[in-house]
Design a protein around this ligand. Structure first.
Ligand code: HEM
Length: 297
């Protein structure tokens, strides 16, 4: 955001620069005077962001648990934005815009996954120090994570139930449930490009969980086997989606392992069986046919 002074290409390599070449310290210093809040604050709203941390216990280790969760919520928000952009672009047959958004989302997923570091080695004792203060609160109730899952095709109307008391969040989730997922848009796009995506898949109810289809597997098999430029381009799309799928799977696994370390086989604060429940969630394949088609190429 701040402007870097241009490098002085003519400065001598050794000794002090002549008087005439000394940078005018005052002219190059950043602005200090602003009428109201700084433009940085107006844009970033850092004072809002850095006053949203209200730990529920006295344990000093709770702060990083809370902030990591907030950081992940922000990454979920960016990733949902990228996948929306990609889905919209595919709807308009604009592959380059979709590819750029998917690519950005893979870098963001990597940053999201790196955020596990501070929580990945919690001992049960460290976690217990603030766990009871969390009450019934659980990441399971994250609406933005749910939107991510809906965009991936993991739809479930029952996941709206916890949000009945929050009309705006509920409405956003309901919209995300009923509109086509990112993968639905990919398959419709492939159909318009001449691939034999089964009609039952194209006309499916988008509010239902996506179920793997042998016809779709054959489409990916054809794309990955094909020699032509059309197949090359669509293989790159397939690989970008595979990267997304792998990184989501990694997030789920890192979460699972962190949970196993922090609380063993205890039940979760959200009321689930804990690790056993998360293990099942982690076995779900994102974009399933992109994985199974590989056996036939
Ligand atoms: C080491 C710390 C953590 C532990 C021990 C833990 C534990 C759990 C458990 C047991 C569940 C299952 C639902 C339940 O009964 O509560 C769950 C779900 C979930 N947690 Fe965590 N969690 C941790 C950190 C986080 C963080 C930092 C996030 C970031 C937002 C998060 C997001 C989620 C989400 C999104 C789910 C639902 C997953 C799904 O629907 O498949 N968790 N967590």
């Amino acid at each position: 955001m701040s402007q870097q002074p241009a490098p002085n290409a003519t400065a001598p390599k050794e000794g002090p620069p002549p008087e005439s070449m000394t940078p005018d310290a005052e002219a190059e210093a950043p602005h200090l005077d602003f009428q109201g809040t700084t433009p940085y604050e107006d844009y970033v709203q850092a004072s809002v962001l850095t006053h949203l941390q209200h730990p529920l216990s006295d344990d000093p280790g709770e702060m990083v648990f809370l902030v990591t969760t907030q950081v992940m919520e922000l990454w979920f928000t960016v990733i949902v934005h990228e996948w929306h952009t990609a889905a919209q672009a595919l709807r308009e047959d604009d592959l380059p815009t979709a590819m750029a958004a998917l690519k950005r989302s893979t870098y963001e997923l990597e940053s999201l996954n790196s955020s596990w570091k501070p929580l990945a080695h919690l001992t049960p004792g460290q976690f217990n120090a603030y766990r009871s203060a969390l009450g019934d609160g659980s990441g399971f109730q994250s609406a933005m994570y749910r939107r991510m899952e809906f965009l991936l095709g993991e739809k479930s109307a029952s996941m709206l139930v916890p949000h009945r008391g929050a009309p705006r969040v509920h409405a956003e989730l309901e919209k995300a449930l009923t509109e086509p997922s990112l993968y639905d848009e990919v398959l419709r796009f492939l159909a318009r490009r001449g691939f034999a995506v089964p009609a039952a898949v194209l006309e499916r109810d988008p509010a239902l969980r996506y179920a793997p289809d042998p016809g779709v597997e054959r489409v990916w098999q054809e794309i990955y086997s094909g020699p032509g430029p059309r197949e090359d381009e669509l293989t790159r799309l397939g690989e970008a989606l595979t990267e997304v799928a792998e990184l989501v799977w990694r997030w789920r696994n890192d979460h699972l392992v962190a949970t196993r370390r922090a609380m063993g086989a205890k039940t979760g604060t959200g009321g689930s069986a804990g690790v056993a429940w998360l293990e099942k969630r982690a076995t779900k394949n994102v974009f399933p046919e992109l994985w199974t088609a590989r056996s036939h190429v």
